[in-house]
Write a protein that binds this ligand. Structure first.
Ligand SMILES: [Zn+2]
Length: 271
């Protein structure tokens, strides 16, 4: 599933191609986007901007209209010049937004909704999103508070809960926990605040870097059975949580009960 960094890059590419342009053609297989007789005709509107909120991609049109899409497992947006051959089958087409300069095509996108700015903020799922890991204004303390509010949950599961923190998916779950040296299966109540803060800081640092540049090579994700880049131990892999999302970790770098590395950290656990 694409994560926040992928959606962020897709939104930036779409924004560069579409912002400020007028829609000359709009097609969709989704009847809720093309209903006849409603006042939501998109043709003729200006695309104001494209941005991302967590894993949701938002296309803002003039006249207070927002198209929200979510990629789930296989969805993607492509940009083409008019008449250019698509790289995916026409049968996978879900939405086309054409301007004089570009065609934006959504393939296999399962979730699409037209709404207003106000309704977007007031309705699920955007209303319920936790702080966006990639937002310029990021409230790390609020994320730590939300994580610590679920002491019985495993930290690996909590990072995927979009109501706790928006934008993290399976890759950066594993990568962030490795970078922070925290075991993915540790109960949050067993972790110190410093542990949780390190995980949140690592997630933001790694995902911001990936959103701005190309994705870096992974440290643990997809590397089961291969040597840890830090210590040489074999990387482990196991399904985690009710959705059986695969988690990768190094049992030596990320022990179940990490030893406090300083007196300060030991003291912080007793607060
Ligand atoms: Zn290791």
């Amino acid at each position: 599933m694409p994560e926040g960094d992928t959606i962020f890059r897709a939104a930036r590419t779409l924004d560069r191609a579409l912002a400020g342009r007028t829609v000359i053609r709009f097609d969709s297989v989704f009847s809720q986007l093309t209903r006849v007789g409603e006042t939501v005709a998109i043709c003729g509107r200006t695309i104001e901007r494209v941005d991302a909120r967590g894993k949701h991609l938002l296309i803002w049109f003039s006249g207070d209209l927002v198209l929200r899409t979510h990629m789930r497992m296989h969805g993607s947006w492509h940009i083409y010049r008019p008449g250019e051959r698509w790289q995916r089958p026409h049968a996978d087409m879900r939405i086309v937004i054409a301007t004089n300069e570009y065609e934006a095509v959504a393939f296999s996108v399962p979730v699409a909704e037209l709404t207003s700015a106000r309704d977007l903020e007031r309705a699920a799922p955007v209303r319920d999103l936790g702080p966006d890991i990639l937002a310029n204004q990021f409230d790390a303390a609020e994320v730590v508070r939300r994580i610590e509010a679920m002491p019985d949950a495993e930290i690996g599961d909590a990072l995927l809960d979009q109501r706790v923190i928006a934008g993290i998916g399976n890759i950066f779950k594993s990568e962030s926990l490795f970078a922070a040296r925290v075991n993915p299966f540790a109960r949050i109540g067993e972790l110190s605040r410093a542990d949780v803060e390190r995980v949140v800081d690592a997630a933001r640092r790694l995902m911001r870097a990936s959103a701005i540049r190309r994705p870096a090579r992974s440290a643990v994700y997809g590397r089961a059975g291969r040597p840890c880049r830090r210590c040489g131990a074999v990387i482990s892999r196991r399904a985690q949580g009710e959705h059986a999302r695969v988690t990768y970790w190094c049992a030596r770098c990320q022990p179940v009960s990490p030893k406090p590395r300083s007196g300060d950290e030991a003291n912080s656990r007793t607060i």
